[in-house]
Ligand binder design. Structure first.
Ligand code: DX5
Ligand code: ZN
Length: 229
């Protein structure tokens, strides 16, 4: 159960972390973009392999460059087949946390165990069409659960409203376990739905286009903070 205090307006903004997604930033100015999101809690790093998702984004060298440019927590979302093949490499390139998809490996339990052995925060996630039951067996063994609120592969998609109920259910399951794992939401997060997601129990909100929009990252972050205040 979320306590009355946790759901109270003033507390939401303190409890919820904002994680701008670098997928929407200007890569010709990666260092500047990272400086422009100082004050955000995490940087969300979307790695796509063109197999697990129908798009290719970037990989190890870009993460390593981001790591050199910023002290922000690097929250790496691995949209790649058989992510266990590359966990060590992403850890060495500067990931602080790594999140794997249940659909991408038959060995999700082994993968999250390996992330923890590497000394990193272990996350698990699932696509909007995957039943929540698929992550339940590993909930006690992760530091983060990510609810995809769009089909992964592209920034700038419309939020799938059914995701709010999925957040509520996972909040309940985590609370029943007494887990302190972060509950993150990724895809189509805007100032219009941020509060609803936080009230449903999310603790980290990823935001790509709503942060790196036309009037700059600080304005985008302020609008999200305002929505949560
Ligand atoms: C989608 C990525 C997201 C994406 C979010 O596959 O996992 O992190 O960058 O972008 P917006 O916030 O624009 O939906
Ligand atoms: Zn992502």
């Amino acid at each position: 159960m979320i306590s009355e205090k946790a759901a109270s307006p003033a507390f939401l903004g303190e409890r919820v972390k904002l994680a701008p997604s670098l997928l929407s930033c200007d890569f010709t100015r990666l260092g500047e973009e990272l400086r422009a999101i100082e004050g955000a809690d995490w940087a969300h790093v979307d790695v796509m392999d063109g197999l697990f998702v129908p798009n290719i984004s970037f990989g190890l060298p870009i993460l390593a460059a981001a790591r050199r440019a910023s002290a922000l927590f690097m929250d790496v979302h691995l949209m790649i087949e058989r992510p266990e093949r590359y966990l060590r490499d992403f850890a060495e390139a500067g990931a602080d946390g790594m999140t794997v998809h249940v659909e991408a490996t038959p060995h999700v339990h082994r993968a999250v165990g390996l992330i923890r052995e590497l000394g990193k925060r272990a996350g698990v996630t699932l696509n909007p069409g995957t039943p929540l039951e698929a992550v339940r067996p590993v909930l006690a063994d992760v530091d983060l659960v990510l609810v995809m609120s769009v089909n992964p592969g592209f920034g700038g998609q419309r939020f799938l409203p059914g995701s709010v109920e999925r957040v509520r259910t996972l909040r309940r399951w985590l609370d029943e376990l007494g887990s302190a794992a972060e509950l993150e939401v990724d895809g189509g997060v805007t100032p219009q739905n941020a509060r609803l997601l936080a009230e449903a129990g999310a603790t980290v909100l990823v935001a790509g286009s709503s942060v790196f929009g036309s009037d700059g990252p600080q304005a985008g972050l302020s609008r999200l903070r305002e929505a949560l205040s």
